[in-house]
Design a protein around this ligand. Sequence first.
Ligand code: ADP
Ligand code: AMP
Length: 216
Amino acid sequence: MSARVVLLGPPGAGKGTQAALIAEAGVGAHIASGDLFRKHLGEGTELGALAKTYMDKGELVPDDVTIRMVLERMDEQDARDGYVLDGFPRTLEQAKALDDALGGQGREIAAALLIEVETEELVRRLAGRWICRNCQTPYHESFSPPQAAGRCDSCSGELYQRDDDKSEVVRARLETYERQTAPLVGYYESQGKLARVNGQQRVEQVTADLEAAFGA
Ligand code: ADP
Ligand code: AMP
């Protein structure tokens, strides 16, 4: 079933893991702003170089360039009927820009789903995270290891650890989340669109709870 949903939650909550599963189940395109920035970085674009200066410090990339990049991606064919937004919006400015862009077209977000996980667990998850260089699937060295060490189960791509998953940057990213992104919970609550899901359960259970929350 197609739908337009936003996944909210701190770094390490499981947004990427869940967005891929929900998108594949037929909701629509998986659009991850962090993946889009890392793609630019890999391609050596000007935007990639700009984004890196913020990502390395655990800070947010400025709203204007981020909003433009994500709205352009949302205009692509595979996102026409539905999408799962992962890591966007992350500021009130971004959330308002998204509402403005969609409101006029009668294509509002159906739900904002908050994945809740305690800070200690987030730190453990990010310290052990490995990501596929090719298809971005996240793994965890203890919680969800790949079948063959260092290789992606789905595409055999090489797994790597993100520079910004180092403990100093993780601390900054968690602070940035509290300061700039946590206020979005109230924003979506006041629109009657917020649902909270316990992210400290098995991956399959979190998926089931998320799907139930937006009526998939
Ligand atoms: P986010 O996109 O919110 O930063 P990820 O989906 O990349 O989070 O998940 C962060 C790490 O936690 C990854 O290593 C992932 O394999 C692991 N993970 C995701 N969901 C769970 C879960 N329910 N239980 C244990 N580990 C998980
Ligand atoms: P993520 O892959 O979602 O953990 O994002 C990695 C980094 O990319 C963040 O720490 C930010 O520097 C940047 N980023 C991703 N999404 C956004 C966004 N919506 N707004 C601003 N910066 C972002």
